[in-house]
Design a binder for this molecule. Structure first.
Ligand code: GLN
Length: 491
């Protein structure tokens, strides 16, 4: 069953060659065998999953109509609200939180009759690039357990790479789907901002957050996107526009296209040599497929990291102000002596936030509070918004000339666990190639392109104009077909 694509699994299910219960049990067994060494899951919902699988099997037996991906198991990043299992966001602050409602993405997954296996590990409140800061400990890379799985959706990528789930859902604010997908050797897609509802997705940076699918193949991403995308009146930024048939579009062989590339990516000493070589080979493959290669100048790309690291913490400081022990989240017990001369209310806020939130989250709240404060707002936040516009303009100009842009997903392969934990700037620099798509709101995909000589996977990123997910999927699929890409389980 390992690495069967969703369409194969669907066929086996509808031909009754396998039941959803057997399939679900297969993945739960795999989780019991493997997750002690990977730690991809924060919560495994074994009983719920089996009950749900039984229910779907029964409906199938009775000939009832079923959803698009009926009976297929899925893992969910622990940042989506679920009414029947905990939603912790990897934070002590929400350790005991049980949401009274389902996120819209979850509602759609349930109405497609999928089976939720559990909730996956992440960096606390999705702030990070290594899935090391959550309160349940780090997630390990299935290709090398000493290495990071990437982040913040590391659990959602690692569970697929180790065969613990066929597909999963993550979120991407600055690369959190694409970077772990690249590090773990799986496919991951960040859709256009507004394509997938953010309702019930715990907010990190609301103008950048977007949910998306992980899978072994581009086809799996297309099918899952079909399930989760579409307008939702409960999210005011959700786009009310017609949706292509992604599940069909990915197969269309793209006609002669213009493929953009940024020449400095092939030369930069900041990018690993073998990754540059992979990119070069990928460009050659596109050329051989008959596409025209166009060199692009993206002059403001160099400001993407500083811009992102002002915009995202600013929004985070505002979004996370609700976790104060009164409105939401953990409340620290306080003794009279701890309160001292302070107002009891202020002391309660202080202690709850001090104990409930981790280092990186506090760093970003402080940074964001600073950049939004009177006197600094114009110099930092407003300036960052202006540069964000220039970055978007670069992309708009580029998409006048090309259909897609190809480049590396990350400057290096997965780094060691702990390596960058005490050096936030080094950690932030890993987001060099991913944050641009979030700042501009455009769709981007990371697909595996092979292994590095260090044994770790390499990812290639493709970006396209807003709402051109169908094009991205088609190009990515054609590339995989050309290199005869076969998903493989981490050794
Ligand atoms: N690594 C980036 C950050 O730390 C991206 C995180 C994300 O996309 N959620 O903010």
């Amino acid at each position: 069953m390992d690495f069967a694509s969703l369409s194969t699994i669907s066929r086996l299910l509808s031909n009754r060659e396998i039941s959803s219960r057997e399939l679900t049990q297969h993945y739960l067994d795999r989780i019991s065998q493997k997750d002690a060494s990977i730690n991809a899951f924060i919560h495994v919902a074994g009983e719920l999953a089996i009950a749900r699988a039984n229910e779907i099997d029964e409906r199938r037996t009775k000939g009832h109509s079923l959803g698009l991906l009926a009976g297929i198991p899925i893992a969910i990043k622990d940042i989506f609200c679920t009414h029947d299992m905990p939603t912790t966001c990897g934070s002590r602050m929400l350790k005991d939180y049980l949401s009274p409602f389902d996120a819209e993405v979850i509602r759609r997954i349930r109405s497609a009759d999928m089976v939720i296996l559990g909730k996956t590990n992440l960096d606390e409140f999705a702030m990070g690039g290594s899935t090391e800061t959550g309160f349940t400990g780090p997630c390990h890379n299935p290709w090398n357990v000493e290495s990071t799985s990437g982040g913040s959706s590391g659990g959602s990528a690692a569970c697929i790479a180790s065969g613990m789930a066929p597909v999963s859902i993550g979120t991407d604010t600055g690369g959190s789907i694409r970077q772990p997908a690249a590090y773990c050797g799986v496919c991951g897609l960040k859709p256009t901002y507004g394509r997938v509802s953010r309702y019930g997705l715990i907010a990190y940076a609301s103008s950048l957050d977007q949910a998306g699918p992980f899978g072994q193949t581009v086809e799996d991403l297309a099918l899952l996107l079909q399930v989760i995308a579409g307008h939702d009146a409960k999210d005011s930024t959700s786009l009310s526009l017609p949706m292509p048939d992604y599940a069909a579009a990915f197969m269309e062989s793209p006609k002669k296209m213009r493929v953009g590339m940024v020449p400095s990516h092939l030369e930069s000493p900041g990018v690993d040599r073998e990754i540059r070589q992979h990119l070069k080979n990928t460009i050659d493959i596109f050329r051989n497929l008959g596409h025209e290669i166009v060199e692009l100048d993206m002059p403001h790309q160099q400001y993407a990291i500083p811009t992102y690291y002002i915009v995202a913490p600013s929004e985070a400081s505002s979004n996370l102000s609700r976790y104060d022990g009164a409105h939401y989240g953990f409340r620290a017990p306080l003794s009279r002596t701890e309160i001292g001369d302070e107002s009891p209310l202020v002391a309660m806020y202080k202690h709850s936030r001090s104990l409930g939130l981790g280092m990186e989250v506090k760093r970003r709240i402080m940074l964001g509070t600073y950049t939004l404060s009177a006197g600094y707002y114009d110099a930092y936040y407003l300036k960052a918004l202006k540069v964000r516009r220039l970055i978007r303009n670069d992309y708009d100009a580029a998409f006048q000339k090309v259909d897609v842009i190809v480049g590396p997903t990350t400057p290096s392969t997965a780094f060691q666990l702990g390596e960058k934990l005490n050096d936030p700037v080094q950690m932030y620099l890993e987001d060099l190639f991913t944050v641009g798509a979030n700042l501009a709101g455009i769709p981007a995909i990371s697909i595996p392109s092979g292994l590095h000589s260090n044994g770790l996977p390499i990812g290639i990123q493709l970006q396209a104009a807003p709402l051109a997910e169908d094009k991205l999927l088609a190009v990515a699929h054609a590339y995989h077909r050309e290199i005869d890409y076969q998903p493989s389980i981490a050794p």
